[in-house]
Write a protein that binds this ligand. Structure first.
Ligand code: A5P
Length: 235
């Protein structure tokens, strides 16, 4: 599924230490959480004593292969812990996610969980969101060029994401993704509100005041538990 990366593997092992028997888990998508799935299977070779909701088809497939029982978000289940990766992490533990295209389901799964822990390589830390990564914005296909025009009033550089065959990339929920360059002076909180108000925008890759901590792995196998500064509150 993914190339070996000691930073990612260290973070994944640390995440498994947070899992207790009988927990209902939310499992996101991406290389780091796929390593978490491997680490769960190593920890409980006879089958993990947990239930999990998967945020992407790929994650669901891998979880099934590794013997992790899957459940649906049926409106009654409350998840004890969501574990997911990130593309960028800023000093306030605000995230950009969606590099793998699963941001919408990821946000739904994370929102259904009491706690959300990020699993990532330490190299995902940035001083400001957008420093290295474009912000994915998921839009409905109908009138997407008009939606892009309207997003352009605050994010003028928005590229339609392509799949390997050069056709537009389509998410698990059947939408397109616009990858948007963030201006250096962007206010992520204000931007999240502006995007949420636009018709045609389904969701965006800003995950703000959602994570309680990030487990950040380094190439030497060490893991830093990163929490935002005091005075900061979960939404
Ligand atoms: C998937 O859509 C993303 O939100 C991932 O969580 C993010 O891209 C991190 O993925 P990696 O662990 O593969 O870097």
């Amino acid at each position: 599924v993914s190339a070996a990366d000691p930073s990612r593997e260290a973070a994944a092992r640390a995440a498994v230490d947070l899992i207790e028997p009988e927990m209902a888990l939310g499992i996101g998508s991406g290389r780091a959480v796929w390593k978490v799935i491997d680490a769960i299977a190593e920890r409980w070779p006879g089958g993990a004593p947990v239930r999990a909701v998967a945020a992407s088809e790929r994650t669901a497939e891998l979880a099934r292969e590794r013997g992790i029982p899957l459940v649906e978000l049926d409106g009654s289940i409350e998840l004890d812990l969501a574990i997911d990766g990130a593309d960028e992490i800023d000093p306030e533990l605000r995230l950009i996610k969606g590099g793998g295209g699963a941001l919408l389901r990821e946000k739904i799964v994370i929102s259904a969980a009491r706690r959300f822990v990020v699993v990532a390589e330490d190299s995902k830390r940035v001083e400001r969101l957008g420093a290295r990564f474009r912000l994915p914005v998921e839009v409905v296909r109908f009138g997407w060029r008009e939606t892009r025009r309207r997003i352009g009033s605050f994010l003028p550089d928005a590229e339609l994401r392509s799949a390997d065959d050069d056709e537009p990339y389509v998410t698990d929920e059947g939408h397109y993704i616009l990858d948007c360059l963030l201006p250096a002076d962007v206010d992520p909180d204000g931007l999240a509100d502006d995007l949420a108000r636009l018709p045609g925008v389904v969701d965006h890759g800003l995950f703000i005041r959602m994570a309680e901590q990030a487990l950040l792995g380094s190439p030497d196998g060490s893991v830093e538990v990163f929490k935002p500064k005091a005075g900061w509150e979960l939404a």
